[in-house]
Design a protein around this ligand. Structure first.
Ligand SMILES: Cc1cc2nc3c(=O)[nH]c(=O)nc-3n(C[C@H](O)[C@H](O)[C@H](O)COP(=O)(O)OP(=O)(O)OC[C@H]3O[C@@H](n4cnc5c(N)ncnc54)[C@H](O)[C@@H]3O)c2cc1C
Length: 331
């Protein structure tokens, strides 16, 4: 048995019978052709909660950052699934390539980034993703899928649903802007006030990156210090009529427009106002500075985390009539 405790940012106790590190596309293709049984794919384990011990785990570690097209206005890069996402963001900002600076400090590997269409501070990977290269699990054949075919939406993609057992992503292709063509996005969350404190009147890619790193470091727990998987739940999208009813009881409840019929309500606000922020039961708790993050205070297993999350779900359902959905992948 091989321990998976250091391979999941929650730090829950789990193990597998076989852990295979995948470093090349050829090895991945060969493994796909030779393996008929179920396999768990893992990048950085920052969006995975182990409740059961999987039999076989493939740890995605295919490396490489290659420029495949270099134009005056933009650059196309292919990035191996095993490259660290935040290191990629830092590298791109240093190269003056724009588009992912708002996504700094999101943990995990590049191959997992399209799985839930990672997003933060007004940007999602789908804004810059051109295509992904995948290997078909049943045949070992390799194909390139265009971003428009991936079903990317708010924290979702076909990979999370109907393609769950179908493909392994070996690399992603990003289209990034070059100097003079950047679209700086500073309107979201605390970016503007942080830029003002930094006295960055005409913010550069580096300024946005620095502001995001600063905000996230202050707000989110570092998994190296306290086990967690980031946001445990998705922000619920509810009918406007339901939101208006809730407003009469909770006039300060925030929302973001989605379309003519629905709004998105911050799950962190709901959980915070239900009194969960900073709570702890046994080894599991809710982070004191961000109620959307469930933390492992040490020694928790996946079942304990799930049991705690169900208490939150029930309390939110009782209080607001809203069913919270998990963002994290449960294995
Ligand atoms: C502190 C913290 C903050 C976070 N903040 C954010 C945030 O702001 N925005 C956001 O969107 N997310 C956030 N997350 C969640 C997480 O960082 C992202 O979902 C990240 O993309 C997960 O990458 P990973 O490599 O760790 O994925 P893993 O947990 O290893 O895998 C996630 C899923 O993808 C599958 N998978 C992994 N690699 C592949 C592959 N190559 N091909 C096919 N399937 C694969 C796995 O089987 C699993 O189902 C945060 C997490 C933490 C701990």
């Amino acid at each position: 048995m091989t321990s998976l405790t250091s391979h999941n940012t929650f730090g829950v106790i789990a193990s597998c019978q076989q852990l295979i590190t995948v470093t090349t596309v050829a090895q991945l293709q060969q493994l796909c052709r030779a393996t008929q049984s179920s396999v768990t794919l893992l990048g950085g384990g920052s969006n995975t909660l182990f409740v059961n011990n999987p039999e076989t785990v493939w740890l995605m570690d295919i490396k490489g950052i290659d420029v495949i097209k270099d134009r005056d206005d933009a650059v196309l890069i292919r990035v191996g699934a095993g490259e660290d996402w935040h290191e990629l963001v830092s590298y791109c900002v240093a190269q003056e390539w724009g588009g992912i600076e708002n996504l700094a400090l999101i943990p995990g590997k590049c191959g997992a980034a399209p799985i839930q269409n990672i997003g933060a501070y007004g940007v999602e990977i789908k804004d810059v993703l051109q295509s992904v290269s995948v290997v078909d699990r049943s045949t070992g054949s390799r194909l390139e899928l265009h971003v428009s075919d991936l079903g990317l939406g708010y924290r979702q993609s076909h990979f999370k649903q109907e393609w769950k057992e179908k493909y392994v992503i070996d690399s992603i292709v990003l289209r990034l802007t070059k100097e003079g063509h950047h679209q700086i996005k500073s309107h979201y969350g605390a970016i503007q006030s942080t830029l003002a404190e930094m006295k960055a009147d005409s913010p550069t890619l580096k300024d946005i990156y620095t502001a995001v790193v600063q905000i996230r470091s202050a707000k989110l727990p570092d998994p190296n210090v306290i086990g967690n998987g980031g946001s445990f739940f998705k922000n619920p999208i509810i009918p406007i009529s339901q939101y208006q009813q809730l407003l009469s009881q909770y006039p300060e409840m925030p929302s973001y427009p989605v379309d003519d019929l629905t709004v998105k309500v911050p799950a962190g606000w709901l959980i915070d106002h239900a009194g969960w922020k900073g709570k702890q039961i046994g080894n599991v708790g809710t982070y004191s500075r961000q109620a959307l993050v469930i933390v492992n205070h040490g020694g928790a297993d996946g079942a304990e985390v799930i049991a705690y999350s169900r208490l939150i779900q029930q309390s939110i359902l009782d209080l607001y009539g809203i069913q919270l959905q998990r963002e994290i992948n449960v294995v």
